[in-house]
Write a protein that binds this ligand. Structure first.
Ligand SMILES: *[C@@H]1O[C@H](CO)[C@@H](O)[C@H](O)[C@H]1NC(C)=O
Length: 320
C-alpha cells in the first residue's frame, strides 16, 4: 500500500556512493593507482613512527609531534582508501547508514585532530625560532604530552557532538551521494529532516574548534617569518628557514585544499580537491618532512646499519 511504501521510504538505511562515475575502463587504472598510493602512505608513515620510537636522537617535541602526525595519517588514509579500493575493484557502491556515519566520524575526527597537531607543531617551531633561550623550559616533556593528548581529545570531541546530531537525521529520499566517501555536506543535503540546526552546528563547531588552531598556526608562522627576515647573516637566515619550510608546505597544502573544498568556489571540482587532502596529503607529509630532514635520514641510516650488524652477528653465531 502507499502507506507502507511511505514508511519504508522514510528510513533509508543504505546509500550509494557514486565514487568516480561509471566508467569501468578507468576503474582498474584508478584501483592500481590508489593501491600504490595506499601502500606507500602506510609504509612511509609507519617507518617514521618506528624511527621516532627507536632512535634516541628523535625523542624531542618536534619528532614526537611528527610521530603523532604520521600515525594519524596512517589511520586517516585507512578510513577512506580501503573502501575506495574495494568499491573500484568489485563495483560495490552501497554503504549502510551506520557505515557511512562511522566513516564520517573517524575521517572527521582525524582531520580535526590534524588541525590541532599542526598548530602544536607550528607553536613548537615558533618557540624554537623566536624564543630559543627559553625553548627547553617552555616546551618541556609534560607540556608536549599535554599538547599531543589535547589534540586527539579535541578532535574527537568536536566530531562526536556533530555526528550525534547527524545520526538523528531522517533520510527518506534519494540516496545517492556524489562522492567517493561519506562527507558531511552531501550527506546532510540528502536528509528530509529540518537540517538548519545541523548546518548551524557544523558552522559553530568549525568556528570554535578549527578556527583557533588555524589562527594559532597562522600567527606562529607569521611571527617565525618576521623573525627570520630580521636575522642579519644570510647563512643564519637559511638555516632557520630550512627547519620550518617543510612545515609551512604541509600546512599550506592542508588548509589550502580544505578551504577550497568548504568555501566551494569551484563547485564541480570539489571531489578533485578532496582527493588532495584525503589521498595526497597523508602520502606527501612524511616525504616532505623526512626526505628534506637530515636527522630523520640519519636515524634511517642508523637503523639500517644496526639491522645489518644484527644480521651479521647472527650469521657469525650460526657459523661458530
Ligand atoms: C604521540 O605523543 C605522545 C605524547 O607526547 C607520545 O607519548 C607518543 O609517543 C607520540 N606518538 C608517536 C607515534 O610518536
Amino acid at each position: 500500500s502507499p502507506l507502507e511504501g511511505l514508511l519504508i521510504n522514510q528510513t533509508m538505511t543504505k546509500f550509494i556512493l557514486l565514487g568516480f562515475g561509471s566508467l569501468p575502463d578507468i576503474h582498474i587504472l584508478l584501483f592500481l593507482l590508489f593501491l600504490v598510493i595506499y601502500i606507500a602512505t602506510v609504509a612511509a608513515n609507519t617507518l617514521i613512527v618506528v624511527l621516532v620510537f627507536i632512535d634516541q636522537h628523535l625523542h624531542t617535541p618536534m619528532y614526537i609531534f611528527l610521530g603523532n602526525l604520521s600515525s594519524l595519517e596512517t589511520c586517516y588514509a585507512s578510513t577512506i582508501l580501503p573502501w575506495v579500493l574495494v568499491s573500484l575493484l568489485t563495483g560495490h557502491r552501497t554503504i549502510s547508514l551506520c557505515g557511512c556515519i562511522t566513516q564520517l566520524y573517524f575521517s572527521g575526527s582525524l582531520a580535526c585532530t590534524e588541525c590541532y597537531l599542526l598548530a602544536a607543531m607550528s607553536y613548537d617551531r615558533y618557540l624554537a625560532i623566536c624564543k630559543p633561550l627559553r625553548y627547553s623550559t617552555l616546551m618541556n616533556t609534560r607540556f608536549c604530552l599535554q599538547l599531543a593528548a589535547g589534540s586527539w581529545l579535541n578532535g574527537f570531541l568536536a566530531i562526536t557532538i556533530f555526528v550525534f546530531f547527524v545520526s538523528q537525521l531522517i533520510f527518506c529520499g534519494p540516496n545517492e551521494i556524489d562522492h567517493f566517501y561519506c562527507e558531511s555536506t552531501p550527506l546532510i543535503k540528502l536528509s528530509c529532516s529540518d537540517t538548519h540546526l545541523v548546518i548551524l552546528l557544523d558552522f559553530v563547531l568549525a568556528c570554535s574548534f578549527t578556527l583557533p588552531p588555524f589562527l594559532l598556526t597562522l600567527t606562529s608562522y607569521v611571527r617565525i617569518i618576521t623573525t627570520i627576515v630580521k636575522i642579519p647573516s644570510s647563512t643564519g637566515r637559511q638555516k632557520a628557514f630550512s627547519t620550518c619550510s617543510s612545515h609551512l608546505i604541509v600546512v599550506t597544502l592542508f588548509y589550502g585544499t580544505i578551504i577550497i573544498v568548504y568555501l566551494d568556489p569551484l563547485r564541480n571540482l570539489n571531489k578533485m580537491f578532496s582527493l588532495c587532502y584525503t589521498v595526497l596529503t597523508p602520502l606527501v607529509n612524511p616525504l616532505i618532512y623526512s626526505l628534506r630532514n637530515r636527522e630523520v635520514k640519519g636515524a634511517l641510516t642508523n637503523a639500517v646499519s644496526k639491522c645489518r650488524f644484527h644480521k651479521k652477528a647472527a650469521e657469525t653465531q650460526i657459523i661458530t
